[in-house]
Ligand binder design. Sequence first.
Ligand code: FES
Length: 149
Amino acid sequence: MDREIEIIAEEMGTERDKLLPFMQEVLRCKNYLSEDSLRDIASAFQLSSAEVYGVASFYSFIETSPPGRHIIRLCKTVCCDLKNKDLILHTLERHLRIHLGETTADGKFSLLSTNCIGWCHESPAMMINDKIYTRLTPESTLKALEEWD
Ligand code: FES
């Protein structure tokens, strides 16, 4: 078992209700939860890897593949959906030449969706890393990408 995961297990314990915070703690040490990490977490919690992967994949903030340097999270919840979220998604996919859930070939951007990020009144909205972008249009979306090296 990975030493960092072992230490987290010693510090936090491995009761079932600690699984999500445990994963978040592992993510603080590692960029994403690799197959090895998921297996180690499963072993620590005495769960199957499938159960642990099921929890990890449910939450959009838990990465299970190596993320790009910048993570785009486009809101997929109802207000943004009604305000042309799909147009923004297509703009991003076309410009970055990737689909939702993928990372650009140069490793610069990962494109993910997320549930509501609290800016429904200014939808459609997305985050790039921790920065929020609202009232998105195709033009403002492309401009937002230019801010990131
Ligand atoms: S529904 Fe998109 S920010 Fe709330």
